[in-house]
Structure formats: structure tokens, C-alpha cells
Ligand binder design. Structure first.
Ligand SMILES: Cc1ncc(COP(=O)(O)O)c(C=O)c1O
Length: 441
């Protein structure tokens, strides 16, 4: 399908996010349409989406239920104030979400992005301890190589140096556990690595340093995506859960990437059998169609706030667009699509085929590790000496020329296709990627 769309004649005004702006503007990669598994570029080429956009278009592109829901909603009720007023869809959506959330999590707070979900959860955790009369619990613990979005709370608990080093002293009262990447012991593992559960004991070290009575919450991604796809070592998440329970610390899972089917269940807790106290989500919530995030909260955390005179606001937090009607319609359309097509569990059914295809790249030039879980894959490349990230970025550009969209972080290639991908498309994706890797310097 070729579209006649003229390329804008001025690319200067738009300062692009997380982009090599000058490189892009010299050789723009412009998407003009998308349907199911493919993007169309402005020069009429079809690009297979190997990344579900930015880990978000879990149902694929241009899906009819979502398109219709958004079109209908925007014509019917475009906006309703989010504070002290409501509209039916936001309640309907919250209830529908609690149908797929862990049993103890029946309350949902809406935001507009993963970053905002993280800020919301961190604030809730501190405020929760305070409303319970435990106001000294204010510290937040993250992890090295963690990604929790780009706002100040998120980069403070996050552990990616380039996202932190330009921005001053960040939030006070934050500490970090060590990361779980251990390529020496775990290279080319299929699924969760066997070694590394003991990395969770680093939390004990931090507790010993600060005392548990000062710590509000620990936040981790169950699978660390943006830092290069690091699966949790077997037993690691359970050990974190146990330590948090022992010390009265809340455990927050950042499920912005892992939620809504990516790992083979609705959320990571279904797949790993470890239930956090709060979950932050976004992305797949609307299948990427309208910006929206949601924080899932354990019932007793929510209930702790519901005290005092009934005319008073219980939690001084929220966004103009929390639960925006059009976003709610998109999310309801996405949920309907996920349910009808079995997409929340499809990654576990297709996982073994995906895993075999991915690991067939072992032995290609510069490949030092391959990792996978559900419909996620990562290929770690040996960096070019003195020029980190260049080899993977070259692969990204070549892959785009050859018709597949991959994502890179550092020298790691990350793959996370829409959950509708077919076996034939998996073969095609890895066939092209093999050619790309073979031609890398
Ligand atoms: C685990 C995690 N948390 C938070 C975010 C931030 O989400 P957003 O870009 O919607 O703010 C991301 C984005 O990739 C993420 O992967």
C-alpha cells in the first residue's frame, strides 16, 4: 500500500525525544501508516514491526475494535474534568482491569504514561506509610540498570547513567540494589537465568545501612526492558518479596513493558507467581493508541487513605487527563481485542517457537549473549572498542533498510513484536536479522 504523503520541508523545529536528532534529520525515517504487523514509510516501503512500536502496540496496528471505540468516543464525550467529576467509561475500565489484575489488587489510579505511573506509585507509597502513622518511612530503593521513565522520581530510583548524569542531584533519600546481569554465568540462557537469586540479598545490605524503619518501598521491573532485556534470575523476585514482607517495605513492580501479555500472562505476577503491592502500567493498556497509564494498588493500601471527613480529598494527586474518556475507550477496545484473540496468553503459547528462532542466531559475528522470555528477545553484541553503541545502531539502520524495525539500547538489540505475530513472520524477522548481523563489521 503506497501513500502519497509529502515529507515536511522543515524538520528543524521538532526537538526529537531520545533521538540522535542530527543523524535523523540528515536521513529521516518517516512512518506514514500502520496496519497489523507493518508500518508504511513515506517512500512506500513496508517495515515489519519487531518492537510493537515502543513495546506498546501489543494488539498490532489499526485494530478495528480500538479504532471504532476511539472514533465513537471522541464524537460522544471528548473530555470530562477528572477531579470531582466522572464519566461511565473510566469506572467501567477500572473494573475491567481488576478482572485481570492479581486478586488482592482491586483499585486503579489513572495516569497518562509510564513515567507518571511511576511518580504516582512512589508518592502513594510514601503517603501510605504516613497515613498509617509511619511517616519516617520515606526512602525509595531502586536498582542499577533500572528504567522507570524520565521524571525526577523515576530517574532517581532508575539506574541508567545517561538518564541521570545531566540532571543534578535528583531526589534525596534514594538507594540502589545491584543489577542482576551476569553474562559470565548466564550467557545464552533460555528463559530465566539459573544464577543470581542471591542478588536480591543486596536489599538486606541496604536495609542494614539505612534501617527498615526509614524505607517506604522497593521498585523493580520484573524484567528490565529498556536497559537491555534482563530476565529475573530464578527465585530472585520471590526473595525480594520475602525480604520486603519481613521488613514492612512495599514492593512495586514496574510492569510498563511487561504488562498486558508481553510475558505470556496479563502481568508478570501471573507468570512468576510473585505478587507485588503495587503495579505501574501504561503502553499496552491502550495498545499504544492513546497515552494512558494505570497504577494498580492492593486493597488495604487504597483503604488506608479512605478515612477522615468524607467531603475532603483523600489523596492530593492526579492529572488533568487521568482517565480521559478517549483514552478509556481505547483501553476498553484494546482489552476486548486482547480477550477475543487470546493475546494475553499468546506469548506463552508462541514462546517456544520464538525462543528457537531467536537462539538460532547464536554463533553469528559479535553475538555474545541471547536472552528471551514470552515474546521478548535480546541479542547482546560485543561493542566496537572505544565506540560503544555504534555496532548496534548500525544494525538498527541496516535492519530498517532491509524492512524490519528493531530497537537498540547500548549494544543490545531488543525485540518485542506485537502479540499477533505469526510463525511465518517470526521466521521472516529472524531471517532478515541474521542477514543484518552477518554484514556487521
Ligand atoms: C519499565 C518502564 N517504566 C516506565 C517507563 C516510562 O514510560 P513512558 O515513556 O510512557 O513515560 C518505561 C518506558 O519504556 C518502562 O519501560
Amino acid at each position: 500500500m503506497s501513500k502519497s504523503v509529502t515529507r515536511p520541508n522543515n524538520l528543524e523545529a521538532f526537538w526529537m525525544p531520545f533521538t540522535a536528532n542530527r543523524q535523523f534529520k540528515q536521513t529521516p525515517r518517516m512512518m506514514v501508516a500502520a496496519k497489523d504487523m507493518h508500518y508504511t514509510t513515506d517512500d512506500g516501503r513496508q517495515i515489519m514491526d519487531g518492537t510493537a512500536g515502543l513495546w506498546c502496540c501489543n494488539a498490532g496496528h489499526g485494530r478495528p475494535k480500538i479504532v471504532e471505540a476511539v472514533q465513537k468516543q471522541v464524537a460522544e464525550l471528548d473530555y470530562a474534568p477528572a477531579f470531582q467529576l466522572g464519566h461511565p467509561k473510566v469506572f467501567e475500565l477500572a473494573s475491567a482491569l481488576t478482572e485481570i489484575s492479581p486478586q488482592s489488587m482491586n483499585h486503579v489510579f489513572f495516569t497518562n504514561s509510564g513515567s507518571e505511573s511511576v511518580e504516582t506509585a512512589l508518592k502513594m507509597a510514601i503517603a501510605y506509610h504516613r497515613v498509617k502513622g509511619d511517616g519516617s518511612r520515606t526512602r525509595l530503593i531502586g536498582r542499577e540498570r533500572g528504567y522507570h521513565g524520565v521524571n525526577f522520581g523515576g530517574i532517581s530510583v532508575g539506574g541508567i547513567v545517561s538518564n541521570r548524569k545531566m540532571f543534578g542531584t535528583l531526589l534525596g533519600g534514594v538507594d540502589h540494589m545491584r543489577h542482576t546481569h551476569d553474562i559470565e554465568r548466564n550467557a545464552f540462557t533460555r528463559g530465566c537465568p539459573a544464577y543470581g537469586a542471591e542478588f536480591a540479598d543486596d536489599l538486606e545490605r541496604i536495609i542494614a545501612l539505612h534501617d527498615a524503619s526509614t524505607i517506604a518501598a522497593v521498585i523493580v521491573e520484573p524484567m528490565a526492558g529498556s536497559t537491555g532485556v534482563l530476565m529475573p534470575p530464578e527465585g530472585y523476585l520471590q526473595r525480594l518479596r520475602d525480604i520486603c514482607d519481613q521488613h514492612g517495605i512495599l514492593l512495586i513492580f514496574d510492569e510498563v513493558i511487561t504488562g498486558f501479555g508481553r510475558m505470556g500472562g496479563a502481568f508478570s505476577s501471573d507468570v512468576f507467581g510473585v505478587v507485588p503491592d503495587m503495579m505501574t502500567t501504561a503502553k499496552g493498556l491502550t495498545s499504544g493508541v492513546i497515552p494512558m497509564g494505570a497504577v494498580f494498588v492492593r486493597d488495604d493500601i487504597h483503604d488506608a487513605f479512605m478515612t477522615g471527613p468524607e467531603h475532603l480529598i483523600e489523596f492530593f494527586h492526579g492529572y488533568t487527563y487521568s482517565g480521559n474518556p478517549v483514552a478509556c475507550a481505547a483501553a476498553l477496545g484494546a482489552l476486548e481485542t486482547y480477550h477475543e484473540e487470546g493475546l494475553l496468553t499468546r506469548a506463552s503459547e508462541l514462546g517456544p517457537y520464538w525462543e528457537d528462532a531467536l537462539h538460532s542466531l547464536k554463533g553469528l559475528p559479535h553475538v555474545i549473549d541471547i536472552r528471551n522470555f514470552g515474546l521478548i528477545g535480546a541479542i547482546e553484541l560485543e561493542p566496537i572498542a572505544g565506540e560503544p553503541t555504534k555496532r548496534a545502531f548500525t544494525a538498527f539502520l541496516d535492519a530498517f533498510d532491509k524492512g524490519i524495525l528493531i530497537r537498540t539500547t547500548g549494544d543490545i538489540i531488543a525485540l518485542s513484536p506485537p502479540l499477533i505475530i505469526s510463525k511465518a513472520q517470526i521466521d521472516e524477522l529472524f531471517g532478515v536479522l541474521a542477514d543484518v548481523l552477518k554484514s556487521l563489521d
